[in-house]
Design a protein around this ligand. Structure first.
Ligand SMILES: [Mg+2]
Length: 178
C-alpha cells in the first residue's frame, strides 16, 4: 500500500514549537497551550495574543528545523516503511524563506536520509495518489478528486472537529498496518 504522511503535526510537533516560541518571546501569559488551541490555523488565534508578530515567529529561521517529533512518529514511520511504500507529503509555508531546506533537514536528521527521497511538497495534495493520506487537517481541498483515503491524525486542534471522521494516532497506525 502507498501511504502519504503529512509532516507538520503528524511527524513534527508544530503546535508545541509555536507555543515554546511564544513563551520565550512574549511570556506565558501570551501563549496558548497546544491543548487549548482552536482552529487549524494557529496564526488566526495567536493574532489576538501577539498581533501580527505571530507571522514573524512562524517564519523565524530555525523554527521548522527545531521542532520536536510527535510521540511515536519516528518509530512509527520507520515501521510503516518496512511494510509499505511511504511518502512524506507536506504543504510548504510559502512565506518562510528556508521552509523547504528546514523540512528536508528535519527529515534527514530526525528520520533518516533515505526518507528525503520520499519527500513530496505541494499545496495541493489532491494531485497526489496513494491508498491513505494521514493528515491532521480536516478539510483537504484541491483541483483534483481525492485519490486516497484520509485518516485524520488526532491533534488537540481537531479533537472535537469532524466527529464523522476516523482519527488515528501513531500507536493505532502501527497496530493496524504493521
Ligand atoms: Mg499537518
Amino acid at each position: 500500500m502507498i501511504f502519504l504522511i503529512d509532516q507538520d503535526q503528524v511527524l513534527a510537533h508544530f503546535e508545541l514549537g509555536l507555543y515554546n516560541s511564544v513563551v520565550k518571546n512574549y511570556g506565558i501569559s501570551k501563549s496558548i497551550h497546544p491543548d487549548n488551541r482552536k482552529g487549524f490555523y494557529a496564526s488566526k488565534q495567536y493574532r489576538n495574543q501577539v498581533g501580527l508578530d505571530i507571522d514573524h515567529l512562524l517564519i523565524e529561521k530555525g523554527f521548522l528545523y527545531n521542532l520536536d517529533d510527535i510521540d511515536g512518529a519516528i518509530d512509527g514511520i520507520k515501521k510503516l516503511a518496512n511494510k509499505h511504500e511511504v511518502f512524506i507529503c507536506t504543504s510548504p509555508m510559502t512565506e518562510h524563506p528556508s521552509c523547504l531546506q528546514e523540512k528536508y533537514d528535519w527529515i534527514k536528521d530526525k528520520i533518516g536520509k533515505e526518507f528525503c527521497k520520499k519527500l513530496i511538497t505541494t499545496k495541493d495534495k489532491t494531485i497526489v495518489y496513494g491508498d491513505y493520506l494521514i493528515d491532521d487537517k480536516v478539510d483537504i481541498k484541491g483541483i483534483g478528486e481525492k485519490r486516497w483515503q484520509h485518516l485524520l491524525f488526532e491533534s488537540p486542534v481537531n479533537i472535537n472537529d469532524a466527529p464523522h471522521m476516523e482519527k488515528v494516532t501513531w500507536k493505532e497506525i502501527v497496530e493496524k498496518f504493521c
